[in-house]
Design a protein. Structure first.
Length: 213
């Protein structure tokens, strides 16, 4: 009796309770949509008056759905998308198939990193080292003022150490040349005649050998 009850209960669940089966994504369709997704281009421009960015997304197709996670928005269009008033940081766009057997399949994810405007770029600490990463106008880091100053101070200290080492080497080289010059001036009446005599002897010997050939 119990077996019959279980059998009819299972049959009832299978027949009368609605259920959905997901269609398999066709390989050729997946490849086509994946190529479309990879072909999507992103770019951004900085708006100095508003102190924010405009993100632009192009090469879109209606076969794809763009989900902008930062703003919880979805886009289905074949036209250019402009997202205004965007701020520094990472912006994430997930691209899904929009229809067909691959509907809702994730094709790719694109990330746009909008740089941070460095508030310390014009600081006196950065004069002369404008190309240093913590002194450039734009930066991929958003550290506090204390850390910026610490990094800049360490960099300047490193430059000073290199300069001091270079000066020491130059001073040593200059000292050697100075010593040689002073000794030459002091003993030139001996060194010069000796050098001339040695040169003349070498020329004589060479000529002698050549005459014997």
């Amino acid at each position: 009796m119990k077996r019959r009850f279980c059998f009819f209960l299972l049959l009832f669940l299978i027949v009368f309770i609605p259920h959905k089966t997901k269609a398999l994504c066709d390989d050729s369709e997946y490849i086509r949509l994946s190529k479309l997704a990879q072909n999507i281009k992103t770019a951004y421009v900085y708006n100095s008056k508003k102190d924010n960015f405009t993100i632009t997304i192009t090469n879109l197709k209606k076969d794809l759905r763009i989900e902008y996670l930062n703003d919880s928005k979805k886009y289905i269009t074949d036209k250019e998308i402009n997202i205004y008033n965007s701020y520094s940081g990472t912006h994430t766009f997930m691209i899904y198939a929009n229809s067909g057997s691959c509907a809702n399949e994730l094709m790719t994810t694109k990330y746009i990193k909008l740089p941070f405007l460095n508030p310390y770029a014009d600081d006196d600490m950065c004069k002369g080292i404008e190309n240093y990463v913590y002194c450039q106008k734009w930066s991929n880091v958003n550290d506090n003022k204390e850390l910026y100053y610490k990094k800049i101070f360490e960099y300047r200290k490193e430059l000073e150490n290199k300069k001091e080492k270079k000066e020491i080497v130059q001073n040593n080289e200059n000292a050697v040349f100075k010593f040689i010059r002073e000794k030459y001036v002091e003993y030139y009446h001996i060194i010069l005649p000796s050098a001339i005599s040695i040169l003349c002897l070498a020329i004589y010997i060479k000529n002698k050998k050549e005459s014997l050939v």
